[in-house]
Structure formats: C-alpha cells, structure tokens
Design a protein around this ligand. Structure first.
Ligand code: SF4
Ligand code: SF4
Length: 454
C-alpha cells in the first residue's frame, strides 16, 4: 500500500496540495478527486500537511468516521478530523509489540520531533520538549528510550570521513548528503546515473536500527531476534525507507516500524499520559547520548553545519573554536559557502525544498557545480517542516511554526555541553567497543548502503 494516499470520498479537488508537491506528482481535474502518481511521489507528506478537506465525528457521524479511521489503521481513541490526504499509520504494530512480552522494544526519535510534538498538546508552536518526550516514551513502555540524535552524530563521523577521502583521493565530487529518503528516492527515480554523487551513508534512522539490533542487543544482553525497533519521525517517507529491502544489514529488518510525530501524539493520548505535566527525563545511555551537532540535523543546513564542525578537525587535526557556522544557516532555497580548513577551501552548498533542485541537477550534469559537498532536504525548511509533524490547520501559523521549531533547535544546540559529533563520548565508545573505526569494515556493512542505478 502506498505510504501517502488521497481519499476520493473526502477530496474536493481544490488542488491546494498540488501547489506544494515538489515533484508534480498530483494529478486530476479541478473540483474532482485527485490522484497521486506513485512513481513520481517522494512521500514527503507536504500534501498531507496542506490538505484542509476533512470528515469529523460531529459532521459525519460515528459509523462513517470509524470506517475512515479503520482504513488508516488509527487507534479507536483518535477523534480528531481526518483529512483527504493522509499517510497510512502503523501504530497498530507498535501497540502489538509493546504488548508482546517476548519483544524487547527500542525506540528512537528524530531531532525535529522534540520541537514539534508539544504542539499537539496545546503548547506554543516550536516548544522544545526533548525531556518530556523521553519521559512519555518511557511511560508508553518502551524497554529502551534511545535517540536518533546519537546516530546523527555517528552519521557525521562516517560521512565526514567519506568526504575527506573523496576530496583527498580524487573521488566523485560533489558529494551529496543521503539522510533525506525523499531526496534519495527522487534521484534514483529521475537521474539514476547521478547516484554516485550520493554519500554511501545510511540515514541516521537506518544506522540506529542496524546498531540497535547488533551492538544494542549485546549491551542489553538480549537476543537480536527479540529486539523490536520503532522510529518516531517528522517524515512520512521514513516508513518507505525502512521497508527498502537492503535495510537489513543487522541480519533482521533494521527498523521494524516507523510512526510520525502526529502518531506519537495519538499514542500518548491513547495511553492517557498527561504530556504537559511530565517531568524532564534523559534518554537511555549510551545510544541516547548526543551533541548539539546531532540535534541540528532537524533544520536545513544543520547536517552541513555539523559536518563542518567535525570535518574541520578531520582535515586540520585542530578544533574549531567557533562552532556557529552562520553562512550555511539561512532558509534560502540554495546557498553556498567557502569554509577554510587549513590549506583546503571546502566549497559547500545547501539546498532546501526539492522544488529548487532543477538548476542544481543541470549544473551537476554540465560539470559546472564546483562544490565539494551539498546538503539536500526535500521539505521547505528541512525536517522541522516535515510531512509527519503536527498538522498546522491555519496556513498563517506555518511561518511562525517553522521559525519557532528552528529557533528551538538552535537554542537546544547552544545549551548542550558538547556541540561536535566527534567529542560525543558514546561515539568514542561505540568505535572502541564495536565498530573499530569510521568507514571500517563493520561500519561499511552496517552503516552504509547502495543505491538503485536505474
Ligand atoms: S507526498 Fe510529497 S511528493 Fe508525494 S504527492 Fe504528496 S506532496 Fe507530492
Ligand atoms: S487532497 Fe486535499 S488539498 Fe488535495 S485536492 Fe483533495 S482536498 Fe484539496
């Protein structure tokens, strides 16, 4: 079943969704139900965010509402309006695993979830709720509350090492980031000959799944076959990514189920947890330990900034004194910067919103994209604006929500005691005890991947 669907019974054909679709995947006549062309869709969920046509308990009655709720796999405690454009939920699988005593559940939550989730409980747009989220996940009953931010730090170690290797050994340049599954799917769909430009690194979500079912199982003294891994993501495409057939390098499906930020809110409500009054708690260690570099993955330019903080040290052997890399921080569709690292001028680019990609692809094909490293995110301002984030019913709330979520992310980064991935002690520990070295044999097996060449 396609991840993103349009319910023909509810769609009015207003075509608002097609205006935000970055890949022109929505077709249909005005005032008639629209269709998604699955071959083109990158599952970003921007149409889900935009759609305003809905059914509700009050307007359409219990029977009709319950039927639609069932079609979406949502728990029967959900009473919110159900919109025409939606993502299919997998919450039922999470609930089943939590109730199975034979399963050892490990959960991860992406950087952007912690600046979105509180909105579904009536807290102000962009409230930072990392500690409350960890507390909620623990009360839901997950055996281990780990964090995607840890593997964001791990991604920087692997991707930074790969970049330095490509730069110093005449590898394929520019190298593009590979943590956004919508972008990866887009390039595989439309320009498979360019996949050699993608970093071979898996996304932080997939690295986490592979690490949880190997090193994580060992740390907890459990059989990897019993480990059930759940991701909470701001992104609707992550479910597609976890289902890719190559994503089972641990010997099992690395990430068993993905739910969105919205679905985590449904689950918290179903469990009767009062989110606002939860205490601030920490993530479990060591796979929940993270730096500021890991948390800024949630905003456009964040992966690049995190990579520069560590890449500088990999290239020069020295530490950057000022880690705020302002030239890559704006929300402009495409921006570039020159970063001086010893004798090397590292030329970097950041693209946000796949709607801006065409000129970049043209330059890449023409051989005129004179850059070493480019970050690409499908959604308008990176993962904080992802299709799985709390739904903004008023379009007028959108700019403030994005700005507040972004600012909360940078505030969190600034407040953390460590802000560079390579100084995370849990990263040092995993290489010492398990992976040995970045881009080493085991890292390549568990943390890197291959792409479809068309
Ligand atoms: S999920 Fe994204 S790519 Fe797919 S139809 Fe919706 S907006 Fe377009
Ligand atoms: S899916 Fe929603 S936004 Fe798109 S045409 Fe239908 S009603 Fe309008």
């Amino acid at each position: 079943m396609a991840v993103i669907q349009i319910d023909k019974d509810i769609c009015t054909g207003c075509q608002e969704c097609s205006k935000v679709c970055p890949v022109y995947a929505i077709e249909g006549n005005p005032h008639e139900p629209q269709t998604i062309v699955t071959e083109r869709c990158v599952m970003c969920g921007q149409c889900v965010q935009k759609c305003k046509s809905y059914i509700s308990l009050l307007d359409h009655g219990v029977a009709c509402y319950a039927q639609k709720r069932r079609e979406r796999n949502l728990p029967d405690t959900v009473t919110e309006p159900l919109f025409a454009a939606y993502n299919v939920s997998h919450l039922d699988e999470v609930i089943k695993a939590l109730q199975d005593p034979a399963k050892f559940t490990m959960v991860q939550a992406a950087p952007a979830v912690r600046v979105g989730i509180a909105e579904d409980f009536g807290l102000p747009l962009g409230t930072l709720a990392a500690g409350k989220m960890a507390a909620a996940l623990r009360r839901i009953g997950f055996n281990k509350v780990y964090d995607t931010n840890f593997t964001a730090d791990l991604t920087i170690m692997e991707e930074g090492t790969e970049l330095v290797k490509r730069v110093t050994e005449n590898g394929v340049l520019p190298m593009f980031t590979s943590c956004c599954p919508g972008w990866v799917k887009f390039i595989e769909n439309t320009h498979p000959e360019l996949t050699k430009h993608l970093s071979s690194c898996k996304s932080p979500q997939q690295m986490a799944g592979a690490v949880f079912k190997t090193y994580g199982a060992k740390l907890n003294g459990v059989d990897p076959a019993a480990v059930f891994t759940v991701s909470v993501m701001p992104c609707t495409c992550k479910a597609f990514e976890s289902d890719r057939e190559e994503m089972q390098d641990s010997g099992y499906k690395d990430v068993d189920v993905v739910i969105t930020t919205r679905e985590l809110a449904y689950l918290i409500k179903k469990m009767g947890i009062d989110f606002s009054s939860l205490p601030e708690e920490s993530f479990d260690q060591p796979l929940g330990e993270y730096t500021g570099a890991g948390t800024i993955f949630g905003v456009t330019g964040g992966v690049m900034e995190a990579a520069i903080r560590t890449g500088y040290t990999l290239i020069t052997g020295k530490e950057l004194s000022d880690v705020d890399i302002l030239p890559v921080r704006s929300t402009e569709g495409f921006r570039t910067a020159d970063i001086i690292a010893g004798d090397l001028t590292l030329k970097v680019g950041v693209l946000t919103n796949l709607k801006n990609i065409d000129p970049i692809i043209e330059q890449l094909q023409a051989g005129t994209l004179n850059l070493h490293f480019v970050e690409v995110m499908t959604c308008p301002e990176g993962c904080v604006s992802g299709g799985g984030q709390p739904k903004l019913l008023m379009d007028t709330d959108r700019p403030a929500a994005y700005e507040n979520r972004r600012q909360a992310t940078f505030d969190h980064d600034k407040a953390l005691p460590l802000r560079k991935s390579h100084v995370n002690p849990a990263i040092t520990k995993i290489y010492k005890e398990f992976l040995e070295k970045p881009n080493g044999k085991l890292s390549h097996k568990l943390l890197h991947t291959k792409y479809k060449k068309g």
